[in-house]
Design a protein around this ligand. Structure first.
Ligand SMILES: [Zn+2]
Length: 208
């Protein structure tokens, strides 16, 4: 498995480029910004991007999606419960003092237990509302890896005070969908350093 993690944009969103070593097919998760750098990594590994997956419709995660789609022809996938939030990228940009990336066209919705494929790599979609209504995580069971978006961080969890956020929902998502995964599962959060389910189960103050 090829896995490059590139922090992009002013908020340093962790963009993941995940590719199959033999077929060179890939998916890019959360191309929030710095698409030229993302493309350079795609080129370095001679990958063909088949899927653009967005964990949730915050501008720092989705801002570069249309540019990447134009460059690769790959479809943009996001959970339908975040479509409303996706229409407010101009408002989000104004809050953060960023440039409005313009309208994002979604190719289709990703729902609970849908599968996203790149070559022999398969990710299972976990719908984990709380940070936003349409937040999803991607679980690669064979590789014991979880792309967690802004649902789970090393030592913390996603904020729930923005529109569409719910503390009760994020706690339920964490308990029902993420803490049931094996301890060895490596977690790639939407921001900051990597962790594991076991480490968070033991030390994360929000999960006690
Ligand atoms: Zn977010």
């Amino acid at each position: 498995m090829i896995h490059e993690i590139l922090p992009v944009g002013p908020l340093q969103c962790n963009c993941s480029i995940i590719g199959d070593e033999s077929t060179r097919e890939a998916m890019v998760i959360d191309p929030g910004d710095d698409i030229a750098d993302v493309q350079a990594l795609i080129g370095k590994h001679s990958l063909q991007v088949k899927q653009i997956v967005i964990t949730h419709a915050h501008i720092d995660h989705v801002g570069g999606a249309m540019k990447l789609r134009a460059a690769t022809g790959a479809p943009i996938l996001i959970n339908e419960n975040d479509y409303a939030l996706l229409k407010l990228l101009d408002v989000q940009a104004a809050w953060l003092g960023m440039q409005d990336p313009g309208k994002v066209d979604v190719d289709h919705s990703l729902r609970e237990l849908d599968k996203v494929q790149a070559g022999s790599l398969t990710a299972k979609v976990l719908h984990t509302p709380g940070h936003t209504e349409g937040s999803i995580c991607l679980h690669f069971p064979a590789e014991q890896k979880l792309i967690a978006g802004d649902t789970l961080f090393a030592g913390s969890i996603g904020r729930t005070d923005l529109p569409g956020g719910s503390f009760d929902k994020i706690i339920r998502s964490l308990r029902d969908k993420l803490l049931v995964l094996p301890d060895e599962t490596v977690v790639v959060p939407g921001h900051g350093r990597l962790t594991t389910i076991g480490e968070e189960r033991e030390h994360n103050p929000f999960l006690k």
